[in-house]
Write a protein that binds this ligand. Structure first.
Ligand code: ADP
Length: 274
């Protein structure tokens, strides 16, 4: 059986757009209610790369987790590929800041772990896992243990793990924020190349304005709690992108405009901008 057959289910091949309408989330914290997000309207089209920026605590992760089906909205609705998002789905891949690889498993076994959890046939996905590892430059490390990998290499393995089951939507919550600046730049390029090749819809939470501009088709700015969207800015640079675009006046003007918007968001949150 090959993976295209194993993928199954119409949702994996349907247009993977995300549609959030008047989305709200209130956490119950003891007797207190914390309104994390309030009336968020957001549309991410199939194949688009959209980043979410905003002050800490403004609800970026909450929004992403609702889209992932790992949190439930308390008002409004989310649909992914036209289906209401009310539970975790197998046509979505997720990456977090911490790659959390199993130390006693090889890199290849870690990449194949979601397949095992989904009870799909491992041999059908082995070639894809190895191909993904080659794509991110880890072809020679498939049989190594994670302790032999650097931080950047572990996140490369985590990208492969997030993509091994052929999701059409990739959700990333600050995946590179623990990495040093040079490794982070390398990871941005690696992510873009893999996103371009696999033509997936992507949502990316970050605190870095430059990272958001470099990666994205659109950058959405959220304001302080309870969060709403205060800016939705199209990034017009052609693809494939190279780091040299970061030196252009256009790139820096967009970063400046976003910095102003985030300053507004911090003031809205009653916080001093960093
Ligand atoms: P961000 O990702 O922008 O930093 P979060 O989505 O993590 O923001 O959090 C938004 C708000 O919701 C914060 O005030 C946070 O303290 C609160 N929050 C997040 N998760 C929970 C939870 N599980 N229980 C209670 N409050 C939470």
């Amino acid at each position: 059986m090959d993976v295209s057959a194993a993928r199954g289910g119409s949702s994996a091949t349907d247009g993977m757009s995300v549609h959030c309408a008047r989305l709200g989330k209130v956490y119950a914290e003891g007797r207190k209610a914390v309104q994390a997000i309030k009336s968020v309207n957001l549309e991410v089209r199939e194949g688009e790369f959209v980043s979410l920026l905003g002050p800490s605590g403004c609800g970026k992760s909450t929004l992403l987790m609702i889209v992932a089906g790992l949190e439930t909205a308390t008002s409004g609705s989310v649909t992914v590929a036209g289906r209401p998002m009310d539970e975790p789905r197998t046509d979505i891949g997720i990456m977090f800041q911490d790659p959390t690889l199993l130390p006693w498993r090889s890199v290849l076994e870690n990449v194949l772990f979601p397949i095992k959890m989904m009870r799909r046939p491992l041999p059908a996905y082995r070639a894809r896992a190895l191909e993904l590892l080659r794509e991110v430059g880890l072809g020679d490390f498939a049989e190594h243990r994670p302790r032999h990998l650097s931080g950047g290499m572990r996140q490369r393995a985590a990208i492969c793990r997030a993509l091994v089951h052929q999701p059409r939507l990739l959700l990333m919550d600050e995946p590179f924020s623990a990495l040093d600046a040079i490794t982070r730049d390398e990871m941005n390029i690696a992510l873009l190349r893999i996103w371009e090749r696999h033509k997936i819809t992507a949502m990316f939470v970050t605190h870095s304005i430059r990272e958001a501009v470099f990666l994205s088709d659109r950058v959405v700015v959220m304001n302080g709690r309870p969060s709403t969207i205060i800016a939705d800015i199209r990034i017009p640079f052609p693809r494939p992108r190279e780091f040299a675009i970061g030196d252009t006046p256009e790139f820096n003007a967009l970063c400046g405009a976003l910095r102003d918007k985030i300053g507004e968001a911090y003031r809205g949150a009653g916080t001093v901008a960093g």
